[in-house]
Design a protein around this ligand. Structure first.
Ligand code: FAD
Length: 449
């Protein structure tokens, strides 16, 4: 920090704002904030600061701005593109912003602090007529602030949209230490640029999300899950296309055979389908699956405990891959109609570059969103970058995007031009320059530095 600030002792300023206990500078205490969930992205922080409320966040950012020191916002540190991994500067950890307001029953909305985890949001609305419909495996650590900043998607995005659609109000500290707060949550509010929408997907480059007003959804009376084993990938994609348009379908997850610890499964893929509604969707789902070719086996769960057991199979896939080594994780989306081309081709494309690599494919198949994980290669070597680029180029050549839901971070910054035109990139840079003229907010992320 001294290197950045010259005579100004920023650490002393930060201690005065948040208290000594919440400014960490020793490597053994900052280590958990400087390495990502996969272990592939490792950085360095001059200090980690843990403010307690929006006032402290704003004061911390103002102090960093005066000193010209980079600010890296961080929530649960579960992001998978290196966006929360600092390369010097100050990590602002939002985990202490944990307040949850009471539900506004007239609108089905609730105000929550940026540090509230997804699981805590679910718990806060349990037992009410409402639910927060977004969900994914990192729920115990991923925070609302991180979810807004990455515009997180997850398993129910096909029915309930991504985080941008669920955020109807925002409070954020900007790069100069000012605070914008618009938490009205009105359905109709056409008074100019939508700040919540702008911050959704901004990955910490425009400001720090301190709280959000979330739009809940009515809790369905019936939920049914089906784990469907199919003879081959083609049949799985056809079944996914058959169930996706049912009005009750909320999730269609694909787990390719290589992700299943199943010696007797003879290499067959699995679909996990969830349907929900005010009337029982079981018959509709069963009738649709009966008409599908290649169905080998179906396990149905109508009670919460058995549904959790089925979801544990899907949620366990990333952890299982991580146990085999540091993975190269490539999150892409292609139009669902092109998945039949993308899924086999991605294995060939990786093998052409790295014949010893293992490719794992799983994801939110109804959105065309596939997580391609690659292990068996050195995730820190240039070969890993070559593999990643080849997968991204394949997705784009299939009419898709280089990032579906994880964001761009630092990992994909160099390839953003594959998905965005020069004119679009100029708009991104202009917005950045307008809100962060000293370019201190998460430099390098989204290619903005
Ligand atoms: C096992 C596993 C499964 C996952 N599944 C999914 C999935 O299905 N769908 C999905 O979308 N993602 C998924 N993710 C990725 C990750 O959980 C999401 O990107 C999540 O939104 C990150 O939240 P976080 O609090 O951990 O953010 P962090 O990792 O701390 O930060 C992510 C980015 O947001 C910025 N940021 C964090 N907090 C703030 C804030 N308050 N204000 C401004 N910027 C901020 C950071 O600077 C960084 O750029 C998964 C991750 C894991 C490990």
């Amino acid at each position: 920090v001294r290197e950045h600030t010259g005579a100004v002792d920023l650490v002393a300023d930060l201690r005065a704002i948040v208290g000594d206990a919440h400014v960490l500078t020793e490597p053994d205490t900052t280590a958990g904030f400087t390495t990502d969930w996969t272990g592939r992205f490792v950085g360095r922080a001059d200090a980690v600061v843990r403010p307690a409320d929006v006032g402290e966040v704003a004061a911390v950012v103002a102090a960093c701005s005066r000193a010209g020191v980079p600010v890296v916002p961080q929530g649960g540190n579960t992001g998978l593109v290196g966006g929360a991994t600092p390369h010097g500067g100050v990590v602002v950890s939002l985990v202490r912003l944990g307040a949850v307001g009471s539900i506004d029953d007239a609108s089905g909305q609730v105000d929550v602090g940026a540090g509230v985890t997804l699981a805590e949001v679910h718990a806060a609305v349990a037992g009410t007529p409402w639910r927060f419909p977004l969900d994914f495996g990192a729920r115990d650590r991923a925070t609302v602030g991180g979810m807004v900043a990455t515009n997180a998607g997850g398993v129910h995005a096909m029915a309930h949209g991504t985080m941008r659609r669920r955020v109807v109000g925002i409070e954020a500290a900007l790069a100069d230490g000012s605070v914008v707060r618009r938490m009205l949550g009105l359905t109709k509010d056409n008074t100019g640029y939508d700040l919540a929408g702008l911050l959704a997907g901004s990955e910490g480059t425009l400001g720090i999300v301190c709280s959000a007003r979330l739009q809940l959804a009515p809790r369905p009376a019936f939920v049914v899950c089906a784990l469907v084993r199919l003879s081959d990938l083609e049949s799985a994609l056809a079944a996914a296309r058959a169930v996706a348009p049912l009005g009750s379908t909320e999730a269609v997850e694909l787990i390719a055979p290589e992700c299943l610890d199943d010696p007797d499964g003879s290499g067959s893929p699995v679909l996990l389908v969830e349907c929900a509604g005010a009337v029982d969707p079981s018959d509709e789902l069963a009738a649709t699956l009966e008409r599908c070719d290649g169905v080998v086996e179906v396990a149905v769960a109508t009670d919460a405990a058995r549904q959790r057991a089925l979801w544990a199979i899907r949620d366990g896939v990333p952890e299982a891959i991580l146990r085999t080594g540091v993975p190269v994780k490539v999150d892409v989306a292609v139009p669902p109609r092109r998945l039949g081309e993308f899924l086999p081709r991605v294995v060939e494309v990786v093998a052409e570059i790295a014949p010893d690599a293992k490719v794992w494919r799983f994801g939110h198949v109804a959105d065309g969103n596939i997580h391609v994980n690659v292990t068996g290669i050195d995730a820190f070597a240039s070969l890993a970058d070559e593999v990643e680029e080849a997968v991204l180029r394949l997705a784009v050549s299939c009419g898709g995007t280089i990032s579906a839901e994880h964001g761009v971070g630092r990992a994909k910054a160099r390839w953003l031009a594959l998905s965005r035109s020069p004119e679009e990139l100029a708009v991104l840079a202009a917005i950045k320059a307008g809100l962060d003229p000293r370019w201190i907010m998460n430099p390098g992320v989204l290619g903005l530095r």
